[in-house]
Design a protein around this ligand. Sequence first.
Ligand code: 2AM
Ligand code: CA
Ligand code: CA
Ligand code: CA
Length: 271
Amino acid sequence: MATRSALINVMEKAADKASRGLKRDFGELENLQVSRKGPADFVSAADLKAEKTIKEELAKARPGYGFLMEESGTQPDSDGSGRRWVVDPLDGTTNFLHGLPHFSISIALEERGEIIAGLVYDPIKNDLFHAERGIGAFHNGRRMRVSARSRLGDCVIGTGAPFLGHGDRPRFLGEVDAITEKTAGIRRWGSAALDLAYIAAGRFDGFWEWGLSRWDVAAGIILVREAGGYVSEVNGKPINPESPSILASNNNIHSDIMKLLRKPLSNQKAP
Ligand code: 2AM
Ligand code: CA
Ligand code: CA
Ligand code: CA
């Protein structure tokens, strides 16, 4: 049954405390202060409050660890552990602000750049996903596995579209065309952390997206790996904190999806 270490308890407590504020704010959206960081890049008082709560809780429990957080940036570790928390306090802000009940809190722990634990929590559906390196991946305390599907025609693939003012839309549309032609369908749900958690849980069979940041994917990456899936860049290269793209799936379809995504890329004019 449940394998929850002290470390996961710390992460879960921080996520749980922040989620109470998020749920309250989600019920009173008309009173929420919202500002823009870019053309379609919103941040609200809910994001900021959740981030503050998570940071306080994590720092209380593990005082020397560093941070990489979406809204407040980086802070190096002060204890020589080489460990840092990688936090997206609200993944799916656009959904949140539109009253769409699909968003999450994402917390990962890195040690010298390697992800060693991850937690993604959807407070509306009460879905808690967590993983620790070498121990496994769990959904609400029960071990989870990626899907076993191997025929592309049976597979559902998640993705995210380039944001207004960012990214290569023609390339993305080519990729969507190639994936749509061969699979059971695409979903574009707006929380990359949950997209990855859904692969780990065997709900989605694959996911790709361009232009994400480490805090969007760090927790999801270890969920997928520990659930038996594979994560790389879209071109198959190993994933790293600066990767421009991510492709995650069960092992059976990874190279098939990669080939489909490469097709539209090779049709592109050289930059
Ligand atoms: P966010 O809600 O934390 O910003 C959806 O495909 C993913 O893209 C989510 O992880 C979302 O994270 C992120 N995202 C949405 N709009 C964005 C923008 N304008 N710039 C960068 N990331 C964005
Ligand atoms: Ca954001
Ligand atoms: Ca995010
Ligand atoms: Ca966010």
